[in-house]
Design a protein around this ligand. Structure first.
Ligand SMILES: C[S@@+](CC[C@H](N)C(=O)[O-])C[C@H]1O[C@@H](n2cnc3c(N)ncnc32)[C@H](O)[C@@H]1O
Length: 435
């Protein structure tokens, strides 16, 4: 069932019924070329620029913690300061008559703004920020059009959505214009993402036929715009385009040869495109040129991290011997939220506590008590994997750890944890094994 924003301007072409929701104030900017500035003449409401609720603290996005300088007598916003390191204390010293306003709430909790510095400067330039006095404090307000529902149109007409724009991006990022045929414009995919996730800033977006990687690019553009923390998972094979495959085969190269595989879509396009656009620079040091429609420069890259995984077959005998820990670790990192830098470990120690991510693994269950003590030093750990084949032992350990952690059982034969569409031997009993 489709619930869409903005009934005021019904579609001139047709309405789509597909479960999309769009926000008039943002999506329609690109979605409607014939926009007549109606939004600007609407009455705007004042919404705090400081975030509140889940994910709103400084530690959640420290690049959105910076001062906004306000003239204390006229309440004019004059300047936007730089974000500071997470371990630095905010400076409250006034500069001339300009007082710094930090996104700290009345209970002294360090929160963050709804936009990064670039976004705040943009909104300021557009006249959409205002400083007010409230309960003896200066608060920054964002002026927003009231939320309305609308039905996105069937035809989206905007030059920014054209395939040529997609091809232009690929060329700017990869430096070649024949890497991928007909890539989509990231803006059109961004609008699709906005339709479905405008109110879900922590959404996980999956594209299992990733092609040139437009979906990831669109996700980070969306995050940069609204300060969201959406994650994106791309999956692709590494197929070589037909004509190129014939050329390579004439040279005696075959699928599986590293020279052949380098020409595949994943190695040649998806991975480098995603990595370079996040870093703002190619691996050879070439800084990306050009800018996005909102003025953000390609060279600035994005805040998100990125990891590349290659799916491979594993030898079940290795897994049975418990030698597959290293191979399974990336999956655990993903389950725990794909946060921080990923590490590689052999699993030869009784437990493993990730250095940069909020998860830990108890590898030898007999060491549970020591493991629990070690966890005390890491208050950020949220997810605990317990390797045991005994459901009872798992239940007991989970009880001891308490609700503070998300406890997940891992069978010693790690493969069993991620098996899908297969008979559960434990549930089916031995009869199933004998067939
Ligand atoms: C039409 S393209 C996607 C285009 C992409 N959304 C874009 O705009 O850049 C489909 C992609 O799916 C990949 N693909 C095809 N079969 C696949 C499979 N079985 N598993 C994973 N990826 C596959 C192909 O390599 C191709 O690049």
């Amino acid at each position: 069932m489709c619930v869409c924003r903005a009934s005021r301007r019904a579609s001139k072409v047709a309405e789509i019924h597909g479960g999309a929701i769009g926000s008039r104030s943002s999506a329609e900017r690109l979605l409607d070329e014939s926009s007549d500035n109606e939004t600007a003449s609407q009455e705007l409401s004042e919404v705090p620029l400081r975030r509140w609720g889940q994910g709103s603290q400084r530690k959640h996005r420290h690049s959105m913690f910076f001062p906004i300088y306000v003239d204390v007598s006229s309440l004019a916003i004059k300047e936007v300061g730089d974000p500071i390191a997470l371990d630095s204390a905010p400076d409250f010293t006034a500069k001339d008559r300009l007082s710094p306003v930090w996104p700290i709430d009345k209970n002294n909790i360090e929160r963050r703004w709804r936009y990064g510095k670039e976004g705040v400067e943009r909104e300021l330039k557009n006249g959409l920020l205002k400083a007010v006095r409230e309960a003896g404090r200066i608060e920054i307000k964002h002026l927003e059009a009231p939320t309305e529902f609308f039905l996105p149109k069937t035809l989206w007409l905007n030059k920014a959505f054209s395939g040529a724009r997609g091809a232009g991006f690929l060329k700017a990022i990869l430096g070649t214009d024949d890497a991928f045929s007909y890539p989509k414009s990231p803006y059109v995919v961004q609008e699709l993402i906005r339709c479905v996730t405008h109110d879900k800033p922590a959404a996980i977006i999956l594209d299992f036929f990733a092609g040139s990687g437009t979906t990831l690019h669109a996700t980070v553009l969306m995050n940069a715009e609204d300060g969201g923390k959406r994650q994106c998972l791309l999956v692709t094979n590494n197929e070589v385009e037909e004509k190129r495959a014939r050329e390579l085969q004439k040279q005696g190269l075959r699928p599986g040869d590293s020279e052949y595989e380098k020409a595949g879509i994943c190695q040649n396009v998806t991975w480098p495109r995603c990595k370079y656009s996040l870093n703002g620079v190619r691996d050879d040091g070439t800084v990306l040129a050009g800018s996005y429609v909102n003025g953000r420069e390609l060279k600035d890259g994005f805040d998100e991290n990125i990891q590349f995984f290659s799916l491979a077959f594993v030898d079940p005998a290795l897994v049975e011997r418990g030698d597959a820990f290293e191979g399974v670790l990336p999956i655990l990192w993903l389950i725990a939220g794909a946060i921080g830098e990923r590490e590689s470990r052999r699993g030869s120690t009784p437990w493993y506590i990730a250095t940069h991510s909020p998860f830990a693994v108890l590898i030898r269950e007999t060491k549970f008590n020591e493991f629990r003590k070690a966890l005390r030093d890491r208050t950020d750990i949220r997810c605990v994997f317990l390797v045991t084949d005994s459901d009872d032992n798992f239940a007991a350990m989970r009880r001891e750890l308490g609700r503070r952690y998300r406890s997940i059982q891992l069978y010693k034969s790690y493969l069993d944890n991620f098996r899908i569409n297969a008979v559960d031997k434990r549930a089916a009993g031995d009869d199933a094994n004998s067939e």
